[in-house]
Design a protein around this ligand. Sequence first.
Ligand code: F6R
Ligand code: MG
Ligand code: MG
Length: 365
Amino acid sequence: MKLTLSVIKADIGGYVGHSHMHPRLMEVASETLDGAKASGLLVDFKVLHCGDDLELIMTHTKGEEDPDIHKLSWDTFLRCTEVAKEMKLYGAGQDLLADAFSGNVKGMGPGVAEMEFEERKSEPVIIFMADKTSPGAWNKPLFRMFADPFCTAGLVIDPSMHGGFRFDVLDVIDNKRIELSCPEEMYDLLVFLGASSRYMVRGVYRKSDGEVAAKASVQRLNIMAGRYVGKDDPVLIVRSQSGFPAVGEVLEPFSFPHLVEGWMRGSHNGPFMPVSFKDANPTRFDGPPRVIAAGFQLCGGMLVGPVDMFDDPSFDYARQKALEIAEYMRRHGPFEPHRLGLEEMEYTTLPSVMEKLKGRFESLD
Ligand code: F6R
Ligand code: MG
Ligand code: MG
């Protein structure tokens, strides 16, 4: 039996500001999805949050991009939005409603990562969920998991992984995709993955049999008015063990808090800090950007879990490092490379400042 794992997320209201999730919204989401489970639409579900993003983790047998599953998610977010509005939570419905007060013009709609597969004899999966960043944040960890033998020992010593993996990469500027194979096209792949605000990994596949290994949410990425505006707090599904990277190989890339974009007003770089569920509430300068990891064993589609995978002292060093990097970056204030380049910022006063000062620029030609 083919099973589909769908992770669909939206920011439908923050508490306080853009920092946390009100528990009532999670209750309302759970009640709604409970109904769908009782009716047989869902096999199972779990509701989590990362910062101000509500994460619906669902299993079913209807395949990817199924209208009923997507409508269920949309209706769940709408119900939660109603409650968020009643409580006057911040930016109620910000990812759903064009008239919501969120202060910027991000792409609209929930983020989605979905994969369909035949459940293995034992099926460990890890779902990563992040706040205050964009799907480009997954490029480096995905490269490390599926292409870097200094991270994933299995690429070298496990015959079932030795053939390598294929990366499906999206170009968000020209709206194109390309597939590249590792290890043989590794240097070509890195030309693109290193430019993580333009090129983003959508999925990873095992070359020996084409099995899906990882899927990321990239839906809201689009160009508006000649400018890329769809930064979104992303999710990522990774299958693990027995021909895929071991759990420890999947988590290992997050032991280094690399710089990602999306901190404060979607306009700053900051360290990607791996945290436990209870610490996924970004407050310092609306950050620093956070990532949580929920581990599950699937059992006939039932989500046995979650295990809070970063709730482990072995990630304390990464967290400490992230705090040091956060401090270092913050000292730059409004200067690059803390603040993003002019073209990358979600908020900008450049056009109005330019308009105001245009007569005062003197040509030096
Ligand atoms: C970043 C984020 C926050 C807001 C900031 C300003 O993705 O959500 O850093 O950008 O708090 O929010 P508004 O414009 O709603 O006052
Ligand atoms: Mg928000
Ligand atoms: Mg968010």
